[in-house]
Every structure is written in structure tokens, then in C-alpha cells.
Design a protein around this ligand. Structure first.
Ligand code: NDP
Length: 334
């Protein structure tokens, strides 16, 4: 079968493309410009005509994906802005929502062979902003609070909430579209909800300062002397997330499901402590051991991902080792 992957040059998407190709699928990736496809074509050259790139310059335009969906059997929609720099919340919300609804609409009209659409949502759309000391989030939780905050505060809302609102609105819109059109569509929907995504980078970046948002956070933690404390959350290795995207296509029972995929909770210290011994001198040490007994306030219930998709998750050691190796290889290139 052939799978359309939107935003194919992104951090997560390149790994999704690789996972699909390795599983025997043909892949058509969308990028915003011809030059953004060059690195991908080189990276996946060994797959010959099983990998192709098409340019979709503006995912918010009416009918943007009409041509791209023709002849595909499934879609992985990953394209969406992920950053915390937006002043106007619409800069995030419009591409998130219109991109998602637009690709579903194109599939409805021009994708008669499409059987399944997987949308890369986020734990950003699941967080319920509970103030309880410990909350375990499940797929029943929705981040409508972020939408409300952005409605009320607009540009003055915290930037993280603008991003979370964009993901919540996009996922809600996807489920609504599937429901409203269920009698006319031959596909079902799966939404994957990952937390912070970390690991080696195989998409094209000019320099470490051009890292995507989540890997920039990890890079900063490893190059910042006070990285030990503070920031915490939940995470997943990018290769596990890519694998989940392939499993979400090939697992019949995943149809119609929203699925949290995550390795677990972290503080940056857990990653710092996992730095291979021979590399430790080069990176922040933080306060070794201080990440061990942290009480996390937000936990994720990943039992559905294990039950339905058979997920197994990488741990701190593997992700840290491979991310560091990747940074060092990139330094050698520059
Ligand atoms: P990247 O920034 O690496 O990739 C984002 C992709 O989306 C790129 O292909 C980018 O194209 C495209 N894109 C961004 N904004 C627009 C826009 N306005 N119009 C068209 N295309 C756009 O991010 P990730 O790989 O990390 O994110 C991919 C998806 O995963 C997103 O949906 C994100 O919300 C989700 N996600 C990410 C997490 C993470 O920690 N990384 C966590 C949870 C969910 P271009 O290169 O041309 O800008």
C-alpha cells in the first residue's frame, strides 16, 4: 500500500517515513517547497520509487491536499506548527485546524482507497490542568482549558497554552469530521497522543541552534550547567513514536481510537545521569542522582497503547546515548 505523510521533513515525520518504508509501504511525503524535499530524497534513495515527494505549499489553502491524496491507501498527518514563539494564537491554530480538516476533506473527496488516517495529536490535547498533587491522564482527558484560556486572553495567553489549544482544537475537529461524514468515508481515524518527543535527528538541520523545539530543549539541558532541576514532564523516543505510527496503520482494532503513547515521566537529570561514562565530561552533570525519587505531578496511562498496539518503550539510556552520538556526528560535519 501507499501512505501519504504530511510534513515529511519534520523531526517526527522523517522517522515515520523510515518506519513505513522499512515495513514495506510506499510513501509519498509532502513538504512546503521543492528544496525541503532534497534531503529526504537522498536519505531514502535506496528505496527507489517506493518513496516520492510532493510539494504542498500552503496546508491552509482550500483543497491543498486534493492532488496529494490521490492513489494513497492511508494517511499520516503530522504537519503542524510546534513552537512557543507565536504572539497571535491564530498563527498556530489556523494551520493546525485547517491543515487537519483540509487533509480529511481531501481524503473524503479524492481518496476513495484511503482506509485509515492517523493524526499526530499530542498530550498537549490531553492535559487537564488539574491542580491535584498527582494526576494520571487517560484518553478520556481533554485540554479544553487551554482553548478557554486562549479564547479569553488571546495574545496575552501563555505561549505554551496557545500551542496546546492548537492541538486540542485540531484533534477535536478531526473527530468531529470523522463523525459528521461517517456515512461517506471509507476510512477510520486514529489519533496518537505523544508527550515530549526525543531522540536522534535524521531530518535536515543547519546547526544545533536550528533543532526542532523538543530536541532543542534536550540539547539545552545537556549544555546548561543548571539543567538538573526544574523542567519535567513525560516523554517518548522518536523511534518508538514512529513505530506507533506504523502500528496504528496496521492494527485493525486501533480504528476510532485516541491513543496515548509514552515512555514515562522524566526530569532532565534522568537523561543527564544516563550519559555514557566516557562522554560525561563533555555535558552538564546537574546534580547526579537527584532525579531518582522525584514525585511527578502528571503521569500518563499508556495501557491502551500496550494493549492495542503492543507498544514497548525505550528508556533513558538508549535515547540519551543515541541523541549524544547524533550531536557529535553533526559537530564533525560542521
Ligand atoms: P517539526 O517542527 O520538526 O516538524 C513540523 C512539520 O510540520 C514540518 O514538516 C513543518 O514544515 C510542518 N509545519 C509546521 N508549521 C506549518 C505550517 N504553518 N504550514 C505547513 N506545514 C507546517 O516538529 P515535530 O516533528 O516535533 O512535530 C510534528 C508533529 O508532532 C506536530 O503535529 C506536533 O504538534 C506533534 N508533536 C510533537 C511533539 C514533540 O515533542 N516534538 C510532541 C507531541 C506532538 P516546515 O519544515 O516547512 O516548517
Amino acid at each position: 500500500g501507499k501512505v501519504l505523510v504530511s510534513g515529511a521533513n519534520g523531526f517526527i515525520a522523517v522517522w515515520v517515513v523510515r518506519s513505513l518504508l522499512e515495513s514495506g509501504f510506499s510513501v509519498r511525503g509532502t513538504v512546503r517547497s521543492e528544496e525541503k524535499g532534497t534531503h529526504l530524497k537522498t536519505l531514502f534513495a535506496s528505496y527507489g520509487d517506493k518513496f516520492e515527494v510532493v510539494v504542498v505549499p500552503d496546508i491552509t489553502a482550500q483543497g491543498a491536499f486534493d492532488e496529494a491524496v490521490k492513489g494513497v491507501d492511508a494517511i499520516e498527518h503530522t504537519a503542524s506548527p510546534f513552537h512557543f514563539q507565536a504572539d497571535d494564537p491564530a498563527d498556530l491554530i489556523i494551520p493546525a485546524v485547517k491543515g487537519t480538516v483540509g487533509i480529511l476533506e481531501s481524503a473524503r473527496k479524492f481518496g476513495p482507497a484511503v482506509k485509515r488516517i492517523v493524526v499526530t495529536s499530542s498530550v498537549a490535547a490531553v492535559m487537564n490542568n488539574s491542580t491535584a498533587p498527582v494526576t494520571t491522564l487517560t484518553e478520556a482527558d481533554w485540554n479544553d482549558g487551554s482553548v478557554k484560556a486562549v479564547e479569553e486572553k488571546g495574545r496575552d495567553a501563555p505561549n505554551a497554552l496557545k500551542y496546546r489549544a492548537s492541538k486540542t482544537l485540531a484533534e477535536r475537529a478531526a473527530w468531529k469530521f470523522a463523525e459528521d461524514h461517517k456515512s461517506e468515508i471509507g476510512w477510520d481515524l486514529v489519533c496518537l497522543n505523544p508527550p515530549l518527543v526525543l531522540g536522534p535527528v535524521i531530518h535536515e538541520i543547519a546547526s544545533p541552534s536550528a533543532l526542532n523545539t523538543s530536541m532543542a530543549m534536550m540539547y539545552t539541558a545537556f549544555h546548561n550547567t543548571d539543567a538538573g532541576g526544574g523542567s519535567s514532564g513525560n516523554w517518548i523516543d522518536v523511534r518508538d513514536l514512529a513505530d506507533a505510527h506504523t502500528r496504528a496503520l496496521t492494527t485493525a482494532a486501533a480504528g476510532g481510537e485516541r491513543i496515548i503513547v509514552a515512555s514515562g515521566a522524566y526530569v532532565w537529570q534522568n537523561f543527564l545521569d544516563a550519559t555514557p561514562e566516557e562522554k560525561k565530561a563533555k555535558y552538564s552533570a546537574g546534580v547526579p542522582g537527584s532525579g531518582k525519587d522525584v514525585q511527578h505531578s502528571v503521569l500518563l496511562d499508556t495501557s491502551k497503547s500496550v494493549r492495542l498496539l503492543g507498544m514497548k518503550y525505550r528508556g533513558f539510556e538508549e535515547t540519551t546515548r543515541d541523541a549524544i552520538q547524533d550531536w557529535e556526528e553533526k559537530e564533525e560535519l560542521h
